[in-house]
Design a protein around this ligand. Structure first.
Ligand code: ZN
Length: 317
C-alpha cells in the first residue's frame, strides 16, 4: 500500500518516500524520533455531515517537505524538517487520531510535532488541535482573534458562524499570537502569518517555502473565503459590521498578491486534490500541485462568491 501511494511522487521522491518508511534516518531525526505518543481524543463532534467530513484519506507528499495528512474532506498539512514537524489545521475532534495515523504512515513520529497553526477556528479545522497538542506538547499558534476563539472553544462574537450551534470545539489552553506579517518557527521550519479576516475575524493565510532538488517553491495555505453564516448574520448590515465588505475584499487581495507556487486550502475540494492526484498518477514526472496561477484564481472565485452573497443580502432586505 505504501509503495502504491508513493508512485504519486516525483521519481526522486519515490525513493526518498520509500526510504523514510523503513528508516528513521531521513525522517525527523531528533532524539524523540519514533518515541510513540498516544492521542487521547476528545469526544467526537456530532453533526449530520460529520461522518462524511471525516472520511479517511491516504497521506501523500505535496512537494518537498510538505505533506497532506487530512481527511478526504478536510485538509491538514504536515511540514517536516530534520528537527521538527509542523501541522497546519487539526480537523474535527474525531480527526485527531486519523492525522496522527497519517503522520506515522508517512514515516514520521508524532512525538516530533512541535508546532500547530490554524487558518481559522471552526469545529472542522480546529477540533483536533487540543488533543494533538496535549499528546505532543506542541505549541499552538494563530492570529490574535484566532487565538481568542481557540482558547474559548467557539467562534468570536463577531464571527459569521457564531450562531450556528454545531460550531464549538475543545478549547486550546494556550495559544501563541502571531502578528500579521510575523513569522513563527519550529526547528528549521518558518511560517509567515498573513491576516485575512473574511470567513472568520481571525482567519490567516500561512506561507512557507518547500524545497526539492529541483528548487524551492512558495507554498500558500490560504483560508476559506466561504460566506456561510448563521441565518441572521449579514456581511452588509448593522453598525457592528461596518467596513466588513471592504475588509473581506482586502483579505482576498492579500491572498491574490502572495508569492504562490502551490495553493492549499482548508477544503481539499478547493484546490482540486482528487483531480491533481489522478493527474500525477497518470504522469508521475509532473506535479500538478504546482500552479503559479492558483492563488489568483482562488481569489477570483472568492470575489465572485462575495459579490453573490452581497446581492443575496440586498435582495433579502
Ligand atoms: Zn469555517
Amino acid at each position: 500500500m505504501a509503495l502504491k501511494r508513493r508512485i504519486f511522487f516525483s521519481s526522486k521522491s519515490i525513493w526518498l518516500g520509500f526510504a523514510c518508511a523503513v528508516s528513521v534516518s531521513c525522517a525527523s531525526t531528533g532524539e524523540s524520533s519514533f518515541r510513540e505518543v498516544a492521542v487521547e481524543p476528545d469526544p467526537p463532534h456530532e453533526c449530520g455531515f460529520c461522518e462524511r467530513l471525516n472520511e479517511p484519506s491516504e497521506p501523500f507528499q505535496i512537494y518537498g517537505d510538505t505533506y497532506y495528512v487530512g481527511t478526504a474532506m478536510i485538509s491538514s498539512v504536515l511540514i517536516a524538517s530534520d528537527d521538527a514537524l509542523v501541522l497546519v489545521n487539526g480537523g474535527m475532534t474525531q480527526t485527531a487520531q486519523q492525522i496522527a495515523d497519517n503522520i506515522k504512515e508517512l514515516g514520521f513520529s508524532l512525538a516530533d510535532l512541535k508546532l500547530i497553526v490554524n487558518t481559522h477556528a471552526h469545529f472542522d479545522h480546529a477540533g483536533g488541535i487540543a488533543a494533538l497538542a496535549r499528546a505532543t506538547g506542541a505549541k499552538v499558534a494563530a492570529s490574535a482573534r484566532g487565538a481568542e476563539a481557540l482558547e474559548q472553544g467557539r467562534p468570536t462574537e463577531d464571527d459569521p458562524q457564531r450562531g450556528l450551534v454545531e460550531n464549538v470545539f475543545p478549547p486550546v489552553p494556550e495559544v501563541q499570537i502571531i502578528a500579521d506579517g510575523a513569522t513563527v518557527s519550529a526547528g528549521e521550519i518558518e511560517l509567515t502569518a498573513h491576516y485575512t479576516p473574511a470567513h472568520t475575524p481571525g482567519s490567516v493565510a500561512w506561507t512557507w517555502r518547500s524545497c526539492e532538488d529541483e528548487g524551492c517553491l512558495d507554498i500558500v495555505f490560504a483560508d476559506s473565503f466561504s460566506t456561510r453564516s448563521a441565518p441572521e448574520f449579514r456581511f452588509t448590515g448593522g453598525a457592528d459590521y461596518q467596513g466588513r465588505i471592504e475588509t473581506f475584499r482586502n483579505a482576498i487581495q492579500t491572498v491574490a498578491a502572495l508569492p504562490c507556487d502551490i495553493l492549499l486550502t482548508p477544503s481539499p475540494l478547493s484546490f482540486g486534490v482528487k483531480e491533481k492526484l489522478a493527474a500525477r498518477s497518470e504522469n508521475p514526472d509532473t506535479n500538478p500541485f504546482i500552479d503559479s496561477g492558483a492563488c489568483a484564481a482562488y481569489a477570483e472565485k472568492a470575489e465572485a462568491g462575495l459579490e453573490k452573497r452581497i446581492a443575496e443580502e440586498q435582495t433579502a432586505q
